[in-house]
Design a protein around this ligand. Sequence first.
Ligand SMILES: [Mn+2]
Length: 503
Amino acid sequence: MALSLSDFTKFNNIVVQCHDNPDADALASGYALTTYLKSQGKDVRFVYGGKFPIQKANLLLMTERLEIPAEYVTSIDKPELLITVDCQYKESNVTYFEADNIAVIDHHQVSSELPAMSDVRSAYGSCSTILYELLQKENVDINSDINVSTALYYGLMTDTGGFAEISHPADKDLRDFAKFKIDDILMFKNSNLSREELSIAGDALNGARYDDEYRYGIIEAAPCDPNILGIISDMFLEVSGVDTCLVYSILPFGVKLSVRSCIKEVRAGELAAYLAEGMGGGGGHMYKAGGLLKKDLMEKANIPYEKESLDKYIDDRMSQYFKDSEIIYASNHHEDISQMSHYVKNPVSVGYVEASKFAKPGGKITVRTLEGDVDVDVEEDLYIIIGVEGEIYPCTGERFKRSYKKLSDPYVYPGDYPPTVIDMEDGARISLLPFAKSCLSCSSSGVYARELTNRVKVFTAWDEHKYYLGTPGDYLAVRADDTSDVYVINREIFYKTYAPAED
Ligand SMILES: [Mn+2]
């Protein structure tokens, strides 16, 4: 599945195609790819089809100011290679053109069989991010062409609700490291709404539905650009008595969702993922998130794709979320350990890094992982542990000596996105893996644990602001030597890490 841009250089006559009615992400990723292929001396065109050429003001400005050579076409001469970006070949919103060879670069859910040359990363917030990484792999710095980097930055920005719905670390990398023309971004941003869209927003606000018990609200907006949903939900959340809200719009290919929350008991990203579970995808961060219920998946699940049943599906799913979630505050919770079993940690091989090898004591670093960014104060004898799923946690030298034993085998990282460290002072990016060594985690007095049969949100004793989610199958654990320490352990990690105690 993985692809390199250099795979394309054996072809000469290439067409890059994005979906019909292109959005900023489609234009940006097509532009970055076209620019790269031109630099390799290829004969390349960047095209899109559909009923109309681009009309939205921000996109017209974008193509003009950044010199994006996107051509609106109804037919093309059959190329040697056709590469679709931000979409998949033969999808309904991708005008069909014949070609000798096909390649696909996309960040949506896989919709049908992919060609051999394809790179689809559904967890990414934008296709621009994939192009950024593919260019990096060819040692091309996106910032060497300010038009390309501005386009990629704007593509990611619009596909993630102004960065609010970012969850993947690769997206954060593009957001943080792209240099961009600020004047252009400001200009695009403020030509985002048409007068018709302002009216759509106004009409939508009039139809708000409320749940007083759980203090949430729901709004349906007429079909519109997904960006409008974010604008509506931001405003909706400001209403008193609304702590969490959902704004959605039924589009020809799926239902777009925008979720907001201002209470710690509901993480917007987690709610969006719950709402879209099995039907597409959703995610984001604490306060803002987005998602999509795909039309084909809804129909496969026997939910007719029409307003009435979609409204009901959304209402039911939202109310289920609030009814099903149990909330545990570790600081005033007493779990009955007689109902739990005793487990001890298997000696398991994990990674460790001595922070002093790459950071100065007294400084601050951010460790970026698939699970999120972790801020760490660098102290004299700080160790960073890389767990069995690639999750990281800091540890003092004293605790390290007590709980871990250094090994001589080389460290092999288990995950997809290798953790990187960002020095908060100078913004330097350092890969953690070259410093990582392996060690054995040794047993302690273990935990009492039980398998969860419901959704549980646990506010642990060490972080009262952010809950850890447990879903059925995960384990609720209490430390044997400190029963006030209640937390959730992911099912897979639990099985890899713990075994029943022999007592
Ligand atoms: Mn996109």
